[in-house]
Design a binder for this molecule. Structure first.
Ligand SMILES: CC(=O)CC(=O)SCCNC(=O)CCNC(=O)[C@H](O)C(C)(C)COP(=O)(O)OP(=O)(O)OC[C@H]1O[C@@H](n2cnc3c(N)ncnc32)[C@H](O)[C@@H]1OP(=O)(O)O
Ligand SMILES: NC(=O)C1=CN([C@@H]2O[C@H](COP(=O)(O)OP(=O)(O)OC[C@H]3O[C@@H](n4cnc5c(N)ncnc54)[C@H](OP(=O)(O)O)[C@@H]3O)[C@@H](O)[C@H]2O)C=CC1
Length: 290
């Protein structure tokens, strides 16, 4: 019976995952690499819950109760009482393996571990723990409180019992699931990220401006956000990491990250989280930067 959840990484996905578990009544331990990052994550959760109160999606009392479920800390010492831990740190395989190596000694044998990775092999990540049978890919979508879908990915060693328990956990969160086999990029990013990369190529080759490209997909195909706006929301570093995983895992020039995407990442223009990507977010309204 899962009652207490550990979340590693208080970035946009980690704080969103903590948000939805807390609202559903679970105790949450949220960890990151510094007190400041943990505090930032918790204040983002508070702000997002307040937005839902304004929209009558949540009462003040439910918001306060949910916030009381969340405890922040640096490191994993207190994760020894967690029944389930999900990692939502930066999309970097070496980093994720290092996190699991540090995490495992703090966990009781029965605790299940998941990664919110967008694209990296669940089988490989699981193999760096002492419990590949109790390890899964649990891939939430951004922004977590609003998106219905969670992609579930079993590693080659994931047990049926683990899969069933995590499937039940997702329904307790009110989420819909899509089941993907363990291939690079799974389902959503295998399709979405090459589209976003193609939008960057379209910009790189001056086929259209940022505004025209996003308007084209928003008004031409009813996407809720244009691909470049969405890339800024996801994080251009995360987009580039996912394209590299597809390129290395599947081969083929169609998965090569566009040089312009790499250039933005090298410039530190990572999108919303750095106030600048394909748009400049420092003013009242996002302004296209190209
Ligand atoms: C990269 C990966 O590995 C996988 C991925 O996640 S791929 C990315 C998947 N996500 C998408 O494709 C998102 C596409 N965009 C959308 O669906 C929509 O634009 C959106 C749901 C993000 C925003 O919805 P919207 O109605 O168009 O805009 P918006 O008015 O900003 O939001 C509606 C309400 O939702 C709430 N809201 C928005 N963002 C929120 C958040 N992060 N947390 C909580 N509540 C939020 C607020 O109440 C907001 O109302 P206010 O801003 O007035 O308070
Ligand atoms: N962004 C998106 O739209 C989606 C992302 N994902 C996946 O979720 C994961 C997180 O993505 P996202 O939230 O966007 O990334 P962010 O960069 O927003 O957040 C990652 C957080 O993890 C922190 N971190 C780094 N190292 C550690 C560590 N050793 N222990 C704990 N925390 C650490 C980072 O700190 P610091 O910044 O100091 O390094 C940062 O606060 C990735 O695997 C990504 O692919 C899945 C779905 C959607």
């Amino acid at each position: 019976m899962i009652k207490r959840v550990g979340v590693i990484g208080a970035g946009q996905m980690g704080n969103g995952i903590a948000h939805v578990f807390a609202i559903s009544g679970f105790d949450v331990r949220l960890s990151d690499i510094s007190e400041e990052r943990v505090e930032n994550g918790i204040s983002t959760i508070r702000k997002n819950m307040e937005r839902q109160v304004v929209r009558n999606k949540l009462s003040e009392g439910e918001k306060d109760k949910a916030l009381n479920h969340i405890k922040g800390q640096v490191g994993y010492e207190k994760f020894s009482d967690c029944d389930f831990v999900i990692e939502a740190a930066t999309e970097d395989e070496t980093l994720k393996h290092a996190i699991f190596k540090d995490l495992v000694p703090h966990l009781p044998p029965a605790t299940m571990i998941a990664s919110n990775t967008s694209s990296i092999s669940i089988t490989r990540l699981a193999a760096s723990t002492d419990r590949p049978d109790r390890f899964m890919g649990v891939h939430f979508m951004n922004p977590v409180p609003l998106m219905q879908l969670v992609e579930l990915i079993r590693g080659i060693a994931t047990s049926e019992a683990t899969f069933t328990e995590i499937k039940d956990l997702m329904s307790k969160l009110g989420k819909q699931i899509a089941i993907s086999e363990d291939f690079p990029g799974f389902i959503v990013n295998r399709i979405l990220m090459p589209m976003i990369n193609e939008a960057v190529w379209t910009l790189h080759e001056s086929v259209g401006t940022v505004e025209a490209i996003d308007k084209g997909m928003r008004l031409g195909t009813n996407h809720p956000m244009g691909p470049l706006e969405l890339a800024d929301l996801i994080g251009l570093d995360t987009c580039a990491s996912i394209m590299n995983v597809l390129y290395q895992g599947l081969g083929g020039v169609k998965y090569k990250p566009c040089p312009l995407l790499i250039k933005y990442v090298e410039a530190g223009w990572l999108g919303r989280k750095t106030d600048r990507g394909f748009y400049d977010y420092s003013g009242d309204m996002p302004l296209p930067t190209r």
